[in-house]
Design a protein around this ligand. Sequence first.
Ligand code: CO
Length: 283
Amino acid sequence: MSYRKIKEALQSIPTMEGAGVRLKRGFGHGQAPRFDPFLMLDDFHSSDPADYLAGFPWHPHRGIETITYLLEGMVEHGDSMGNTGTIGAGDVQWMTAGSGVIHQEMPQESPTGTMWGLQFWANLPADRKMMPPRYQDVKAADIPEVTLTGGVTVKIIAGSVNGVEGPVKDIIIEPEMLDITIPAGTLYEHPLPAGHTVFVYLLSGGALFDESGKEYHQETVLLFGSEGDAVKVETGNGIVRFVLVSGKPLGEPVAWGGPIVMNSREELQLAFKEYEKGTFIKQ
Ligand code: CO
């Protein structure tokens, strides 16, 4: 077996988004071409409600999927089609915006005192950008967890591990999304589809993620090279927890305007014009 090598390591950087939410960005506009089919990764993690209560009031999305994984706290979600819901601790919302969704995402004061969640965006291919919008809302209790040799635990959100399949299905980029915890002094290998892009985001602790001998720690994004059949992770004295995400690259032109990502500037202009005129929503 040959192992993927780390191509890039990025520390997530404090930034402000929405109506004034303080968060950390793992990667975004500047790095996105290298993460194809992924566009962005944000980490919201705070024990001060002033950092997150302003939330993300009404805004449109088109041409992408937004994936929210809440680790602690509560986010209320509503869209212009009348869908509403609460994303709670451990829940995942995989939203395929397709032709268009206008929604708001409003973090509530966390019952534990801490709000912690990840949101990442995945791109849609040209021929699916205008597909009907779709949600896959998954409750924490419906996410299977497997325990592997050495006490490694894997929550499977998308993809499969040891024959156990995650609940998020039928996504164009054939993603895997796994929340992995590895105890101290343990080796873990995860096989990957050839050619798929893979990154990890470290939630806590540290580990070696390739054969370079360098240890990486929390709030770091690691992007792997495309050569190799597996990712190899090895812990030292401590435990590590990270999210692993992989998907099939699209290799298409990207025209990015805030929450809307299309293939050409004309499509982007049309989207914003439709939003102004009130004709943005198609289905
Ligand atoms: Co949004």
